[in-house]
Design a protein around this ligand. Sequence first.
Ligand SMILES: [Zn+2]
Length: 435
Amino acid sequence: MSTCERDALSEASLPIRPPSHLRKYVRALATAADSSVPSYRVNEKRLWESVHDTAKWGATPDGGIRRLALTDLDKAIREWFVSTVKFLGCNTKVDEMGNIFATRPGKSSSLPPIGIGSHLDTQPAGGRYDGILGVLAGVEILRVLEENGHQTLAPLAIIDWTNEEGARFNTGMVSSGVWSGRYALDFAHALPAAEDKSKATTLKSELERIGFLGAMPASYKANPLSSHFELHIEQGPILEDEGKKVGIVTGVQSMGWLIVTVHGENQHSGTCPMARRACALTSAARMISRVEEIALAADGLSTVGVINSWPQSPATVPHKVVFSVDLSHHSSEVRERMIAETSEEFARIAQANKCTVEIEDIWNSPAVQFHPDCIGCVRDAAKSVAGENGVKEMVAGAGHDSVHTSDRVPTSMIFVPSKGGISHHPDEYTSSEQW
Ligand SMILES: [Zn+2]
């Protein structure tokens, strides 16, 4: 965690060169650099206690957390967050998406704040660290600054981004996406709650209900940041496997989903000769196996997580199968080639099995390259804490709010190891020694 602390504390010397309108502010920030900024450390024990004390809002008997966005449990931790940061000298602002910005004034009120953000919502059977660690590390930074009476040059904003997980309102990272302009506010407000079949409960109605529908526009223009840093658990096994303590995240891989529909023919399982069959499920099985080979050859990742067949009778050759394909790669170009090859191969396999296939590209997110100066800042801080051999440069495999902030302001992330690579699960664990 001392990496994150340093990101916040060394902002005066942060050599950011952000795009367009923010450049002048950050140049001012850099030229006013104060090389005597002290090097504070976070209080590991206090942060550990924050993580586990606040887990009471949504704690499950297996040690995990179920705290879906904008439920009463989310309301409770939001209220705790607001009262805690007020006590630590922050002004809080809530925007139209319920994103909370806890801003600690800097010496210069004309500079946009340096953002330190993540999320307090969880998956339905989530763990104690995903997202939460990033927000609570921000709170710990505020505590360290307060107890040392240190005022930073630029303000700091600790941010809780709403509904990052997309588990209750089915678009992940939607609120940082509205802030960055990637999603329209109306689209986000109308997202229905997953548990309400009538679709009457929406993200907006739940924001209103729990008292977190703010008046401030959810927009990087109305509410700018000068940069965004996000500390997060890795959610994969690489750091642990390689014995590294800190991941310097240089970007996020390209990812997305295809929905594949295979059409065959209903035939009697006992009377139709094998040579006459058009079995949609056999075709799908061959496709699933082939897409894995394509991903392996490209050094990418493929997952088929959902599959359904019709008509669901043991005595009938299935006439229709629908399955999902998740494809990712650190290069958007290579991922495009993987999709093209997958489409060609699926068409070939369908034809060879007397079937037809339709492929729908329902979601994709291009690869993101974080800002070199922010990466440099994380790199320097990480090496100073974990040593040259304790760090690893890596590309994030999962989406994060930083993907969206990166569209508008210099951004980077810091990873800490996840035990066994486990995440989105009650067994999620990161030792406090990693902080
Ligand atoms: Zn997360």
